[in-house]
Design a protein around this ligand. Structure first.
Ligand SMILES: Cc1ncc(COP(=O)(O)O)c(C=O)c1O
Length: 450
């Protein structure tokens, strides 16, 4: 296999023969390479890591919950026992109430059968299970361009054909989605389309949200194209609760009145703790059995105690209060990053950035000829001279998309404190200033400048 990242062989050629096709297709992961880069560049200020703010992790709330949950030995033993595959009913009821709050519903979503809810090990597991449930090699997934790069890897491992659909400041463009479907139809491959994937709020990496006006439009296009064979829309709401400005927008899932098209993925990783690994999916009826069967093969139930810890925090009201304080802290960091970018990059011709209303990322675009990838001169300069690291934007596009932009960066304000963010952006501006001064319109690779 041709490595996207020139990482070098990690297994001997002979070992490859014993691996499954699936394992081989999983070999070339962006996340693994990114983490390797983080280790190799440990002396850098990282604006790359997508980790959540360390200071905000809810140690006190979790300590109290564990003490409370285990205070009665009999009840405690039950929580230290296996649960059931989709998660205990009582918890799913609580998580449904939390979803109703996010959807601004007053009826606690009681018309949504609990059987449609599945608790997962982070929302990543839901993304993976849904993909396993739907895809055979050669099946098609349309994704916003750019999109969450770990999901690109999941699709790649499934052997999916990934079709990028251009997104702008209001999220995936409905006209581009319609055009992509038309092209697929013209190629006679409509029956291979299984899924459209979007991150509807504060996307990773771009920070954009799908506007309220576009949400029903996108849903309508998918539903119209589902006339003969169901096409699903996977709505990933990982960052939904991290909103710093503006009004909350109802999910696309809430617009799907028959609840047959949209799969909703939610997580408590960003709003509470990623280490606790509690995520949740809401599934159309026809996917419930397949997803729970596949989950049965993996773990027959996510960490029982952890689910109860999150439920306890929701029940005591501590969760809502925690989300409020986390948002306060991220808002300060987002403001610090944007203000420093505005100051440090003022006057840089052809450089633009997007101020997100929530989430953890600022997306920056450089002039087209300044490449940002791992082997680019800029990445080398940033990590070796200026000592700052970012995520190259090209990871967030399908690797075989020839026209993918290569001049973008994802900048995270998640882990660094305000001082680290300000210093990181100053260093980045220094590296970009160097690139603008030294690189002509012809893209250069690291090899040519070394
Ligand atoms: C867009 C998106 N979806 C899903 C996930 C998976 O998160 P988790 O498995 O912790 O819920 C992430 C993690 O960074 C993400 O950025």
């Amino acid at each position: 296999m041709n490595s996207r990242f020139q990482r070098g062989a990690q297994v001997y050629a002979g070992d490859q023969a014993s691996l499954s096709e699936h394992a081989r297709r999983s070999a070339d992961q962006a996340i693994g390479f990114l983490m390797q880069q983080a280790v190799e560049n440990a002396d850098c200020i990282s604006l790359a890591a997508g980790l959540v703010d360390e200071e905000s992790l809810p140690v006190g709330i979790v300590r109290e919950a564990v003490a409370d949950l285990l205070s009665d030995s009999h009840a405690g033993r039950r929580l230290l026992q296996y649960g059931i595959t989709p998660g205990p009913e009582l918890l799913r009821r609580l998580f449904r109430i939390n979803l109703a709050r996010l959807e601004q519903r007053t009826d606690e979503l009681q018309d949504l059968p609990l059987s449609h809810l599945v608790m997962t090990t982070g929302s990543q597991q839901l993304l993976s299970l849904v993909t396993q449930a739907l895809f055979n090699p050669g099946d098609i997934c349309l994704v916003a361009a750019p999109t969450y790069f770990v999901y690109i890897d999941v699709l790649q491992a499934a052997g999916a054909e990934i079709v990028p659909v251009i997104a702008d400041a209001n999220g995936m463009r409905p006209d581009a989605l319609a055009a992509a479907f038309a092209q697929i139809e013209a190629a006679g491959k409509l029956d291979r389309v299984k899924l459209v994937y979007v991150v509807s709020d504060f996307d990773n990496p771009s920070g954009v949200s799908i506007s309220a006006a576009r949400r029903p439009e996108l849903l309508k296009i998918v539903q119209e194209r589902s006339a003969d064979r169901r096409i699903f829309l996977l709505e990933d709401c990982a960052y939904r609760e991290l909103r710093y400005d503006g009004e909350a927008i109802p999910s696309i899932w809430s617009l799907d009145t028959t609840r047959e098209t949209v799969i909703l993925a939610q997580t408590f990783s960003k709003s509470f703790s990623p280490g606790i690994r509690v995520g949740m999916g809401v599934l159309p009826r026809c996917l419930i059995k397949a997803v729970t069967d596949l989950k049965g093969n993996e773990d027959f139930g996510s960490a029982h105690l952890n689910q109860h810890i999150v439920a306890h925090a929701i029940q005591t009201g501590q969760y809502a209060a925690h989300v409020g304080s986390v948002c306060e802290s991220y808002r300060r960091k987002r403001d610090a990053m944007v203000a420093t970018v505005e100051r440090e990059f003022a006057g840089f011709v052809g450089v633009s950035w997007f101020k997100p209303q929530g989430g953890m990322y600022v997306w920056m675009r450089l002039p087209r000829h300044i490449e940002t990838g791992f082997t680019s001169a800029l990445f080398h300069r940033a990590t070796q001279v200026d000592k700052v690291m970012y995520v190259p934007g090209e990871l967030s596009y399908p690797a075989n998309w020839q026209d993918r932009p290569r001049c973008e960066m994802r900048l995270s304000f998640g882990v660094q404190n305000v001082a680290g963010i300000e210093e990181g952006i100053r260093r980045l501006a220094s590296a970009v200033r160097w690139a603008l001064a030294t690189q002509s319109q012809q893209p250069q690779s690291q090899e040519t400048v070394r």
